[in-house]
Write a protein that binds this ligand. Structure first.
Ligand code: NAD
Length: 482
């Protein structure tokens, strides 16, 4: 094993569990690189107690001082970019450049949090003559963050910097498939000066997530993962009277019109469906070609064939994921779809046990097919054909998901129409992966809860407003309170 067992991180200390461990694989070569502790309910309880105790002092430190830790953390992320990038690539399977983009995004997210003292300002409103209401924002308490496998460094940083700068303390439960980056982030935060107990990490799977939802000492939960689990977590956490924002899966549609720039569209669509091996919640999963788009599809296939597993295409997360993705392709083929580029059975020389699926382009997919409706989460593009933009929008609107949607065209009018009518939280115009600046979040079953997970929107989630109404009348002998 290359790395020692990944332990709990409670009150600034790494602790083992007698609850057992799970193997951690590198998808790049399919070998075991580490093991991760399965934390117990009592260890979660210790982590929560530690976070509650730390909350008392951390929340009372002025925000201008709390933010200093994050200036240092931001610089440490930059200083350790290469090391963090390699760790992400190793445990997740993405290419070095994709992993580096993720670490750079974590730096950007931390920079946002560093601006928090300016962004979190309250309001003063007049109640009546001489009476004013001052609205101040207070931290919520202990926030738990449950994260997925596909961005081991970035998704924890969607919540950690903002939540902590705002005075909360935290429990992080990373994906058991990629636990190494999370523990490394905790080390860097400690080096940056974060007091013990402000961030705690527990590991595990379903049982640990359920224990987090149920624990009375946790005030709020952010979750990022599949829609199936997002629903469970949202319902369970809110039924225990916690606030929750839970981001789920995606099925992102790219609507392509015949007038779209051929080279740009083909390369954007190919990069969108295959980047991070298709394991991005922003990945293009379905393309809807409107009218005569064969020339674009031809070029798209040429671009897809330039994407080579083990070179500019990383691995998918597990053997099970590879099998699941290949089964989707086979089933679509059996139902009459046409495989234009086939990524099944991909093997990388020297890494024969790695979990690779090559880029796959499937034409003449019908909206009622399983592959058109479900999240495949691999480097697979399903192409559907329609005659009109409205038919394309109908397909997009009928999706249970609503994370992202894009339109490729030279027409401003058509792009405006699609941007208005698409039922998704993040829209791209001539962009395959329309990741916005903060805030980040989708619609429909791609997100449960009010507000987005990052950006200014997260401030509402991570704080409680206090309304202080005052009257100071210098002419009166007594004031309103007396
Ligand atoms: P997942 O839902 O399997 O796991 C997410 C987290 O939930 C992990 O920490 C895992 O340990 C835990 N978990 C798994 N099964 C559980 C269960 N039955 N009960 C309670 N907890 C459980 O997701 P994943 O496979 O790690 O990540 C991929 C998914 O995440 C995709 O669906 C992707 O679209 C989604 N995702 C969404 C966004 C977004 O912004 N909407 C961002 C990243 C990833």
């Amino acid at each position: 094993m290359k790395y020692p067992v990944v332990k709990n991180y409670i009150n600034g200390e790494l602790t083992s569990s007698s609850n057992g461990t799970l193997d951690v694989y590198s998808p790049l070569d399919g070998l075991i690189i580490s093991q991760v502790t399965i934390s117990s309910a009592s260890e979660l309880d210790k982590a929560v107690q530690s976070a509650r105790k730390a909350f008392k002092s951390w929340s009372e430190i002025p925000i201008k001082e709390r933010v200093q830790v994050f200036f240092k953390y931001r610089n440490l992320l930059e200083e350790h970019t290469d090391e963090l990038t390699n760790l992400v690539s190793e445990e997740n399977g993405k290419t070095y450049s994709e992993a580096k983009a993720e670490v750079l995004k974590s730096i950007e997210l931390t920079e946002f949090a560093c601006a928090m003292p300016q962004l979190v300002s309250g309001e003063i409103l007049e109640v009546s003559k001489g009476v004013e209401c001052r609205i101040e924002k207070y931290p919520v308490g202990v926030i738990a963050s449950i994260t997925p496998f596909n961005f081991p460094n970035m998704v924890p940083n969607w919540t950690i910097p903002n939540a902590l700068v705002l005075g909360n303390t935290m429990i992080l439960k990373p994906s058991e498939q990629v636990p190494l980056s999370a523990n490394r982030l905790a080390e860097l935060l400690k080096e940056a000066g974060l007091p013990n107990g402000v961030l705690n990490i527990v590991h595990g799977q379903k049982e640990m997530v359920e224990a987090i939802c149920d624990h009375p000492g946790i005030d709020g939960v952010t979750f990022v993962g599949s829609t199936k689990v997002a629903k469970i977590v949202y319902m369970r956490a809110t039924s225990k009277l916690k606030r929750a924002v839970c981001l789920g899966g995606a099925k992102n549609h790219l609507i392509v019109l015949p007038d779209a720039n051929v080279e740009m569209t083909a390369s954007n669509v190919a990069a969108s469906m295959s980047g991070c091996a298709g394991q991005r919640c922003m990945a293009a999963s379905a393309m809807v070609g409107v009218g005569a788009v064969n020339h674009i599809i031809k070029k798209l296939c040429e671009e897809a064939k330039k994407i080579i597993p083990g070179e500019n295409l990383g691995a998918v997360i597990s053997k099970a994921a590879k099998e699941r993705i290949e089964n989707y392709i086979t089933e679509a083929e059996k139902q009459g779809a046409k495989i234009l580029v086939d990524g099944r059975g991909a093997i990388v020389k020297g890494k024969e046990k790695g979990f690779y699926v090559g880029p796959t382009v499937i034409d003449f997919v019908k909206p009622e097919m399983k592959i058109a409706k479900e999240e495949v989460f691999g480097p697979v593009l399903s192409i559907m054909r329609t005659e009109t933009i409205d038919e394309a929008l109908e397909i997009e609107n009928n999706s249970q998901y609503g994370n992202a949607a894009s339109i490729f065209t030279q027409s401003g009018g058509a792009s405006k129409y699609v941007a208005e009518k698409a039922s998704a939280g993040m829209i791209g115009v001539n962009i395959g992966v329309p990741v916005p600046r903060e805030p980040f979040g989708g619609w429909n079953e791609s997100k449960f809860g009010v507000g987005d997970i990052t950006g200014k929107s997260s401030i509402e989630f991570l704080t409680k407003p206090k309304k202080i109404t005052t009257k100071w009348d210098h002419e009166s002998k007594t004031n309103w309170m007396s």
